[in-house]
Design a protein around this ligand. Structure first.
Ligand code: ADP
Ligand code: MG
Length: 226
């Protein structure tokens, strides 16, 4: 049974990246990227996610959710270990490409971290070659990632972070079963981070089945505030 604890957004959380325990290279990189202050969803979720806890984070599009999962994912990563340690599931190829770009920007301060994107519509053999060259992080759509797991061209035994990005859209698109299949192959000992713009019923089901006592963080849009 998972316990859901609701943490309403409050103005109390510090928005200064310096308050987070990040390595100096990441701090410098954030400054270089012009990330001077955390966005509200980052300020609410990063302190929790950086403790290794499971998280359900809900905030509107454009609120900086990618960095809110990419920073913890990179903190969990050992670049010297040549194995897939993080998997990010996205609803579409376009979103997977955007996430890959953002992770690469955030990872550029670290030593040689390889991110591979796996989406449908691209020949499998090209992707297999990329995977064989070594990947630390895989970003992709559930169906294609499931394909690679079934063919054993992708191994997630060393995974420590699983991200479900735009979970509401993935559920809308009928990816529940694919998400379940992929998630069941991931090690139980892992951090699971779920990001969504809305909170449909299916998300509670995912959290009960696949997450460990997730903390739920909701940042409401300005006009929704009472
Ligand atoms: P979401 O996933 O919530 O739709 P994104 O992660 O795509 O939002 O972020 C939206 C934009 O905001 C991106 O261009 C990203 O580079 C930028 N961004 C994210 N965090 C910060 C920050 N702390 N400071 C400045 N810009 C940021
Ligand atoms: Mg996003």
């Amino acid at each position: 049974m998972s316990t859901l604890s609701k943490t309403p957004s409050s103005g109390a959380a510090s928005t200064d990246f310096n308050t987070l325990s990040l390595n100096p290279a990441m701090q410098a990189n954030l400054q270089q990227l012009g990330y001077l202050q955390m966005t509200p969803i980052q300020a609410a979720s990063l302190p929790v996610a950086l403790l290794g806890k499971d998280l359900i984070a809900q905030a509107k599009t454009g609120s900086g959710k990618t960095a809110a999962f990419a920073i913890p994912l990179l903190a969990n990563l050992n670049a010297r270990r040549f194995a897939v340690q993080a998997l990010v599931l996205c609803p579409t190829r376009e979103l997977a490409d955007q996430v890959t770009t953002e992770i690469r920007r955030l990872a550029r301060a670290e030593e040689n971290i390889k991110v591979v994107t796996l989406c449908g519509g691209v020949p499998l053999r090209n992707q297999v070659a990329s995977l064989q060259n070594g990947a630390h992080i895989v970003v992709g759509t559930p169906g294609r990632i499931m394909d690679h797991l079934e063919r054993e061209t992708l191994n997630v035994d060393a995974l420590n972070t699983l991200v479900l990005d735009e979970a509401d859209r993935m559920l809308d698109m009928g990816f529940y079963n694919d998400i379940a299949t992929v998630t069941k192959q991931c090690p139980d000992e892992r951090q699971t981070l779920l990001f969504s713009a809305t909170y449909p019923e299916g998300i509670a089901k995912i959290s009960q089945q696949f997450m460990k006592e997730p903390q739920t963080i909701t940042v409401q849009a300005q006009h929704e505030k009472s």
